[in-house]
Design a protein around this ligand. Structure first.
Ligand code: ADP
Length: 469
């Protein structure tokens, strides 16, 4: 099948979170399985753009409301990612340094989607599937079916929308309705949700199939999805939960190019200790104590707002018995609070505020426990990376965390789970973790067991094939 993935992120071109990881890996593994999968994304001013060669594939123009714009589609010249990568360049709109966070994001991503549909409409053939990811691309199914310029050719092309995060929906006021190229006005209901244009809701209504990144998250969306609960209930017949895989080539402790001390499940104890030594030296921590890490966006969804108080509680009870290392950025108040502890708990705590891919790999490789108290976690990749690197996941029972981590109290359990995003539950989990850390036989068994669990993309690719079929 010829599968066109349309996304705002794709690792290593541009990544802000899990979406980038998934879109950077899924097409590669689909191609290994015999498909012809391609990725189309905006052309941002990223390092990848400047460090690689591109050729011009197509040029075109369209309107965003009254604004005329020209677009250029460039293609990475060497297929170095394992799939054809196309970048959409729209001068003044997409060529920015960051992916998101601009006041005109609605204009940017609507123009991006128009350019993609306009480009595919100009092909002599049709692809077998257009696979959209999250709200930045979720107007595409509507455009293909209802925009007068495109519906004749593209109406019959199957579309699938994968929801990586339903919290963000891309809301736009109805004053922006003319951004979408001339459409059948009686189809207004396919764009609307509670009197705004809601791209995510439109995608759920118009895409032929909808998937999310775990079964539990699919069920949770019917109870809690930032206002779309009834829509997910109504559309459940075409919705599927498919757990993400992880890219075992990038995330492999035996070959990881970001770390110097490689290891396998057999050499995990020694190999991890060497990585831990490096971390401890760098951040002034004690290499004999159990090390807890948090890696992620410092936002409410990840329950990062609980971290400052939880750390105070942990330090009050377990001062000198564990160390904590945090890597993340996000809410400035949380950033400031976490950084302010660097002096107070020196020797046992450090918060590195920012985004640092290299350090994140070292942390998965060297830490003993990874904390994820998330309020919402559609799939979660960190816990799967941490399992692959023998770092025990400590997770709240929600979404994909619930589907991938088994508590050590269960048969073949290897992780720590808790029910509430609360300081009490985090504190209690840390006490369980310290106890099991000191039980070396049990701890080493957990480590080795989880490192051998298969989270590869191959089985995920087969699940997507069923939905495409
Ligand atoms: P989300 O997409 O909601 O942010 P996921 O668990 O799906 O969460 O994916 C998070 C990805 O982003 C992981 O690869 C994680 O290592 C990475 N990540 C998040 N924050 C940082 C950071 N500050 N530095 C390096 N990597 C980070």
């Amino acid at each position: 099948m010829e599968i066109i993935h349309v996304s705002a992120e794709c690792y290593p071109v541009a990544k802000a979170g899990g979406l980038g990881d998934v879109v950077g890996a899924l097409p590669k593994y689909q191609n290994k399985a015999g498909h012809s999968a391609k990725v189309v994304m905006p052309m941002y001013r990223t390092k990848f753009l400047y460090n690689n060669d591109f050729i011009v594939d197509a040029k075109g123009s369209a309107y965003l409301g009254n604004r005329f714009f020209e677009y250029t589609i460039i293609k990475e010249a060497t297929n170095k990612l394992g799939f054809d990568l196309y970048l959409v360049d729209i001068n003044g709109l997409l060529d920015r340094e960051k992916i998101y966070g601009y006041d005109d994001d609605s204009e940017r991503f609507t123009a991006f989607q128009i350019a993609v549909v306009d480009w595919v409409n100009g092909w002599q053939h049709n692809p077998d599937v257009i696979h959209c990811h999250d709200h930045h691309t979720a107007l595409i199914p509507f455009m293909m079916q209802s925009c007068l310029a495109y519906q004749t050719k593209l109406r019959s092309v199957p579309t699938i929308l994968t929801i990586h995060n339903a919290q963000y929906q891309g809301w736009m006021g109805w004053d922006k309705a003319n951004y979408i190229p001339t459409w059948d006005s009686w189809k207004r209901g396919q764009l609307d949700w509670e009197n705004t244009i809601n791209p995510l809701a439109s995608g759920v209504k118009c895409a032929w199939k909808v998937t999310t990144v775990s079964n539990s998250y699919m069920s949770e969306l019917r109870l809690n999805s930032n206002g779309l609960e009834k829509l997910f209930e109504y559309e459940k017949g075409k919705c599927y939960g498919i757990l993400n895989g992880i890219d075992n080539e990038v995330w492999n402790p035996k070959t990881d190019t970001y770390i110097d001390n490689h290891f396998t499940f057999k050499s995990a104890t020694k190999g991890k200790q060497k990585n831990k030594d490096l971390i401890c030296e760098r951040f002034g921590l004690d290499n004999k104590l159990p090390m807890f890490v948090f890696i992620g966006r410092l936002v409410g969804e990840k329950a990062a707002d609980l971290l400052p108080a939880a750390i105070e509680a942990i330090m009050y009870s377990f001062y000198g018995k564990c160390s904590i290392l945090i890597l993340g950025s996000g809410d400035t108040t949380i950033e400031w609070q976490l950084a302010s502890f660097n002096e107070r708990y020196k020797g046992y705590y450090y918060a590195d505020i920012g985004y640092n891919e290299t350090l994140s790999h070292l942390m998965y490789a060297g830490a003993d426990f990874l904390l994820m108290p998330s309020r919402v976690e559609p799939c979660g990749l960190n816990q799967m990376y941490s399992m692959r690197y023998g770092t025990v996941p400590m997770v709240r029972s929600t979404g994909g965390l619930q589907d991938t981590v088994k508590d050590m109290g269960e048969t073949d359990g290897f992780g720590i789970r808790f029910n509430n995003a609360s300081i009490g539950d985090i504190h209690y989990s840390v006490s369980r973790a310290i106890t099991v850390f000191n039980d070396k036989t049990h701890f080493n068994w957990m480590r080795k067991f989880m490192m051998q669990i298969d989270h590869s993309w191959e089985s995920t690719v087969a699940e997507y094939d069923k939905v495409y079929g």
